[in-house]
Design a protein around this ligand. Structure first.
Ligand code: ATP
Ligand code: MG
Length: 766
């Protein structure tokens, strides 16, 4: 574990550790990274992660730089609109590329020269197979490929054809330029990959200057080299491309110091999609109003919604930099949005669904101004406003019940409640219209109960918000919610949350609020955080967007921050189980027998048993694994969730997880060598690598830390570095326990044994 590391690298992610080392060894004298979006869509939360990593690293090192490079070598869907949106979004997020805005398309001429160089060296050739033939010839993971019949064309012929490709002599697809590497390489990417193809398509910047376009692998490393990039950081799906990245630089005879590629795990967030293609689908099929619809996980959508760039950055930081793919809970993002706004924005009152209250003993036409602070006392900001109070006010419909259940502390006939910042009122009558709907409430107030000056000694249990009917501002409010109501939507139709936008055209806010500049943010007490929308504002009445609710309405009961996702996944399965109201008798005979055996004999959960029993492949894997290692419950957990999910994307034949390996993984878990969180990481890696779980754990340094002695210094480090949280915790905010757990987990990259950690922390925080 990290104890062996020098103290200055302590707690740093693997990229920064690597950079520390490279700088220390004198491999480079400064670090230059790049963020390389393709301008074919708007940036999303996943890109934010990449931006924070690349620009964050550049900011962390003296002389460090991060280039913004449009990776625009594929002409089909690239536009200036996207280029501009990308620039705006990176700036909004708070990063600055300075002079260093580049376009891969500016390197086309140089790239062409490198291609000619490779041809002359005999390292590239023009291939005239069709796309489909090329695919066939490539072989499979288990079978080597066959060489193309054009592989041995002479250098002269290749040069001539390649020149012909450039000058437009051929149609799309007639020829391609390929690297000459190894058709039997175990790495499919090395089987004579394509370098150039013919596309008679206009490029948004180059016009019709080119009709051949370089492919990603050829373009990327050379662009990195041309710009002097040191660390070329990309996502895991490019792991197999690294060998090719190095091959191209080697064969172009580019010597050290030169760029190297490193991979990290993509950010995935549940209840969301992070793929430009799927986001484009949402836009094109009018599920949303555009790329910047406030529900979209795009940076422009978040900006529109009122989410702050600080919150996005803190969230990205909190996720850490991992080497294995995983899903981050949307609730974690929402937590950072609230956390950022909580201590920054004024708290005011608004009523979204008004119910009129007439205070009969308050003089007509009188207006009283109540001065109230914008901030609660523990926020070091100052400012207050006057709230008009009068005989007619609005309260929230939800805050009144005609027949309240036991323990209802808000208003009901005969009941008393405090109006926030103002008086206690008592409901004396309910006025209804002809059809029996409540029209208004009649109340009385107690003049000696004014907040801060209460001399009555009266006690009420509830406090509700309100606005003065005559003096408040009528506004429109857009209540945004999650775009999907499924954690992992497979199709948009399936998961789209039809309630993700509710428009309330008749809400009221206290008058001072409308004097704030468009773009201001507020907490509407008891309702959530809201944003004075600067765009819609212009052409109709004032519009507020709900940024986020005050509490996590999606939360499952008191979930600790670091609980493995397991529980929610189970719930998802459980839901689908309920939704289909599955009748076991409808299962085919053999599946039903399996189901009975799994639930009755082995005692696994019904929903897990169903998932497995219904699928022959899963059943076989489950049964053979339990034959190798005896812990059916845990095995069923993996088979019915992670593996079942994996199989949605690939066929059983392509699954690299064998019974033997899965058994070994569960054994490691049972022996406390790893924890559940790590087990999932390992499982993901097992799908990518042929190594055994134990080898993966060893190689990636994923062993769980069980020894309190080893954990203790990390716990101390975290406690000492968060004095404010410590003070808050000691003053009674015991919920912060999860904060400390999270920090230690982050420091140990998820490797702390949760039980040991909980015990240790509880002890230290006493
Ligand atoms: P998409 O799948 O949405 O089309 P992409 O990878 O094709 O994304 P690019 O414009 O090529 O989009 O991405 C620019 C950079 O952002 C790349 O370095 C890519 O690895 C990174 N990136 C994209 N999506 C994510 C993500 N979900 N998490 C982290 N980094 C990401
Ligand atoms: Mg891409």
């Amino acid at each position: 574990m990290s104890d062996a590391k020098p103290s200055d690298s302590r707690g740093k992610d693997f990229l920064r550790q690597r950079i520390d080392e490279d700088l220390k060894n004198g491999k480079y004298n400064k670090v230059i990274t790049r963020f390389p979006p393709e301008p074919n869509g708007y940036l999303h939360i996943g890109h934010a992660k990449s931006i924070c990593i690349n620009f964050g690293i550049a900011n962390d090192y003296p002389g460090g730089k991060c280039h913004l490079r449009m990776d625009d070598s594929d002409p089909a869907k690239e536009t200036y609109e996207y280029v501009e949106s990308i620039k705006k979004d990176v700036q909004w997020l708070g990063f600055d590329w300075g002079e260093n805005l580049f376009f891969a398309s500016d390197y086309f001429e140089k790239l062409y020269e490198y291609a000619v160089f490779l041809i002359k060296k005999g390292k590239a050739y023009v291939c005239s197979l069709s796309e489909e033939e090329i695919r066939e010839f490539r072989g499979t993971v288990t079978q080597p490929g066959k060489p193309s019949p054009y592989r041995n064309r002479s250098v002269e012929e290749n040069l001539d054809l390649f020149n012909g490709m450039r000058t437009g002599k051929f149609k799309d697809g007639e020829h391609v330029l390929r690297a000459k590497i190894d058709m039997a390489s175990p790495n499919m990417k090395m089987r004579d990959p394509l370098l150039y193809r013919i596309r008679h398509v206009e490029h948004y910047r180059q016009g019709n200057k080119w009709c051949i376009y370089p492919l990603y692998d050829f373009t990327h490393g050379l662009s990195d080299y041309i710009e002097g990039i040191t660390h070329s950081i990309c996502t895991l799906e490019f792991e197999n491309n690294r060998e090719l990245y190095d091959w191209i630089l080697d064969e172009c005879e580019i010597n050290e110091p030169r760029p190297h590629q490193y991979e990290f795990a993509r950010l995935n967030v549940n209840y969301n999609v992070v793929s430009k293609r799927k986001l484009l689908d949402l836009v094109e099929n009018k599920y949303v109003s555009g790329w910047d619809d406030p529900r979209m996980p795009t940076l422009s959508g978040m900006r529109r919604r009122g989410i702050t760039p600080e919150a996005v950055r803190k969230f990205c930081d909190s996720v850490g930099i991992a080497k294995a793919n995983s899903v981050v809970d949307m609730a974690q993002f929402e937590h950072y949005i609230r956390d950022d706004l909580n201590k920054k924005v004024p708290r005011v009152m608004a009523v979204l669904r008004p119910l009129k209250v007439i205070i009969e003993n308050y003089p007509e036409k009188e207006k009283e101004l109540i001065n109230a602070s914008y901030y609660p006392h523990d926020v070091p900001l100052e400012g207050s406003r006057n709230i008009p109070f009068s005989r007619e006010i609005y309260i929230e419909q939800d805050d009144f019940m005609e027949n309240p259940p036991e323990g209802y502390y808000r208003l009901y006939p005969g009941g008393e409640v405090r109006l926030r910042h103002a008086y206690i009122i008592k409901c004396i009558d309910v006025v209804k219209d002809q059809i029996g709907e409540i029209k208004e409430l009649r109340c009385t107030y107690f003049p000696d109960t004014k907040s801060g000056e209460d001399t009555s000694g009266k006690k009420v249990k509830g406090t509700i918000h309100w606005v003065s009917a005559e003096h408040s501002e009528n506004v429109k409010v857009c209540l945004y919610d999650r775009l999907f109501n499924m954690e992992f939507p497979e199709t948009i139709e399936e998961g789209f949350n039809k309630d993700s936008l509710k428009i309330i055209s008749n809400a009221y806010v206290e008058p001072e609020v409308s004097k704030f500049a468009p773009g201001s943010r507020f907490q509407f007490e008891r309702l959530g955080y809201f944003y004075l929308d600067p765009i819609e504002y212009k052409d109709c009445k004032i519009v507020f967007n709900r940024i986020v609710t005050l509490r996590d309405s999606w939360a499952r009961a008191a979930k600790p921050e670091y609980a493995p996702v397991r529980k929610s996944e189970k719930e998802a399965v459980q839901k689908s189980f309920e939704k289909q109201e599955f009748d076991i008798s409808e299962l085919p005979e053999d599946a039903r027998m399996r189901f009975e055996m799994y639930t009755k004999k082995i005692g696994i959960h019904r929903e897990e048993a169903l998932t497995i029993a219904r699928d022959e492949n899963l059943s076989t894997l489950f049964e053979t694994t339990t034959a190798v290692y005896d812990n059916p419950k845990v095995i069923a957990g993996f088979v019915s969730t992670e593996i079942a999910r994996e199989l949605k994307e690939k066929s059983f034949e392509n699954l690299r997880i064998t019974a033997q390996k899965l058994a070994e993984l569960v054994k490691l878990l049972d022996e406390n060598i790893i924890n559940l969180k790590i087990a999932k990481e390992v499982l993901a890696l097992m799908q990518e690598k042929s190594a055994t779980p134990a080898e993966i754990v060893e190689k990636q340094g994923l062993k769980q830390i069980n020894s309190p002695a080893e954990l203790e210094p990390v716990v101390d480090f975290v406690i000492n570095n968060n004095p404010e949280h410590l003070a808050d915790y000691k003053s009674g905010k015991t919920k912060l326990f999860g904060f400390f757990v999270g920090k230690v987990m982050k420091e140990t990259q998820g490797k702390a044994n949760p039980e040991v950690l909980n015990r240790l922390l509880a002890d230290k925080l006493k």
